[in-house]
Design a protein around this ligand. Structure first.
Ligand SMILES: [Zn+2]
Length: 348
C-alpha cells in the first residue's frame, strides 16, 4: 500500500468523504470518455487484495499506450478503501461495527453516504463492488479454490434478468472466458439471493449494472500476489469490454454455467489422527483453518481447529504418523488446546 500512501502525500487523489473516525476516504478519477465506471474497494476493511489490484490498474492506465487509449473511451471513478477505519483495524466492519455492505437502504453510516453521494453525482454506467473472500470457498463441488468469484446481483426477489443485470452477467461471462483457469484454481459464481440492503443489489435495482468481485485463494499464495494479478487481469478485461462494446454476444446462460461458490474447503486436512470423542477412540481426518489477524502491523495466520466433518476438503493434506502421536486428540477440548496438542507431533 506504499503506492496509496505516496498518492496521498502527493495529493494526486481527492478526498471524497470521511469515515466514522474522521479518516479521509480517497478517490481518483481517470479518463475522459463517455462510458462511466464507478469502482470501490475495501468496504470490508480487511479485504485488501482488490485495492492493490486497483493500484496496478491505475499504473497500467496511466503508463501504457493501451491504457491511455482506454482512458479516451472511459471515465473511471475509483474509491480506495471505502472503510478506512476497518482497514486500519483490519476488520470487516466499520468503526460502529456495521457491515457497510448491508447499509445501502438505510444509509446509517458516513462511508455509505460517501458512496451514494459519489454514485448520484457521477451517474455510472457500471459499478464494480470489489471484495475479498476466505480460503473456504471452492469453484463448485471441487477441491479447487475459487480464486475469483463473481456475482451479477439480483434486482428483485424473483431474481429476474433485468436489463441492468443482464449486462453484469454478460461482462462476467466475458471476464471468465478470458481467464485461463487450470486444475489448480477456479472461478465461482456467488449466491444471488436478493437483499436490497446489499450495495450491489441496491444499485442493480436502480438500473445500474453492478458486478461483485471476490478475490479468493490461490494454492499456497497466502499473500495473494497471484490473486492480485488475476483481479487486475479481470478488471482490465472488464474495462476493455465496456470501452470497446465487446461483450453482448455472451448470454445469461453463459453466466449461469459458471460453477457456484461452495464453502467446503479448509486450509489443512490432517489424515490418520487418533482422536477421542466422549470416550470413543477412532482414527479420523481432521481440519485446521487459519484465522487472519493483524498483530503489530503484520498479518498473522493463526491456526484454529475446524472439526472433522467428512464433507470438508483440505487445500493441503498432511498425514499424521501414528508413531509420533503419544495420546489421542480430545476433540471436545478448546481449539487452542487441540492445536497445541497437534503441533506437538505435526508441523504446519
Ligand atoms: Zn467483502
Amino acid at each position: 500500500m506504499e503506492q496509496l500512501n505516496k498518492m496521498k502525500l502527493e495529493k494526486s487523489i481527492e478526498i471524497l468523504g470521511y469515515s466514522v473516525k474522521q479518516r479521509p476516504i480517497y478517490g481518483l478519477k481517470l479518463g475522459e470518455g463517455n462510458y462511466k465506471v464507478l469502482a470501490w474497494s475495501q468496504m470490508h476493511g480487511n479485504e485488501t487484495t482488490t485495492t492493490k489490484a486497483c493500484l496496478d490498474l491505475v499504473d497500467y492506465l496511466q503508463q501504457t499506450d493501451q491504457g491511455r487509449a482506454m482512458l479516451k473511451r472511459l471515465q473511471l471513478q475509483l474509491i480506495f478503501q471505502l472503510n478506512p477505519d476497518g482497514a486500519v483495524r483490519y476488520t470487516r466492519l466499520n468503526a460502529n461495527k456495521i457491515d457497510l455492505n448491508r447499509d445501502a437502504v438505510q444509509e446509517t453510516q458516513p462511508e455509505m453516504t460517501t458512496l451514494k453521494t459519489v454514485y448520484s453525482a457521477f451517474k455510472p454506467d457500471l459499478c464494480l463492488n470489489l471484495h475479498g473472500q476466505r480460503t473456504i470457498f471452492s469453484s463448485g463441488n471441487s477441491n479447487k479454490p475459487a480464486t475469483l468469484s463473481f456475482l451479477a446481483p439480483a434486482a428483485n426477489e424473483a431474481r429476474e434478468v433485468t436489463p441492468a443485470r443482464l449486462i453484469a452477467m454478460q461482462l462476467i461471462a466475458k471476464m471468465v472466458n478470458e481467464q485461463a483457469v487450470s486444475n489448480q484454481w477456479g472461478i465461482g459464481r456467488y449466491d444471488d439471493t436478493f437483499n436490497l440492503n446489499c450495495t450491489g443489489d441496491f444499485f442493480t435495482a436502480q438500473g445500474t449494472p453492478t458486478i461483485l468481485f471476490e478475490a479468493g485463494h490461490f494454492p499456497n499464495d497466502y499473500k495473494r500476489l497471484k490473486t492480485r494479478e488475476f483481479v487486475f487481469n479481470a478488471l482490465l478485461s472488464c474495462l476493455n469490454s465496456v470501452s470497446s462494446n465487446q461483450y453482448q454476444h455472451f448470454t445469461a446462460e453463459d453466466y449461469l454455467a459458471i460453477p457456484a461458490n461452495d464453502n467446503h474447503l479448509r486450509d489443512i486436512e490432517i489424515r490418520n489422527v487418533t482422536i477421542v470423542n466422549k470416550g470413543k477412540i477412532t482414527i479420523s481426518t481432521i481440519f485446521v483453518q487459519f484465522k487472519e489477524v493483524l498483530q503489530q502491523g503484520d498479518i498473522h495466520f493463526i491456526p484454529e481447529y475446524a472439526g472433522n466433518d467428512p464433507q470438508l476438503k483440505g487445500l493441503k493434506v498432511i498425514y499424521a504418523l501414528s508413531k509420533n502421536q503419544t495420546k489421542p486428540i480430545d476433540v471436545v477440548e478448546s481449539s487452542t488446546k487441540i492445536i497445541k496438542h497437534l503441533q506437538s507431533f505435526i508441523d504446519f
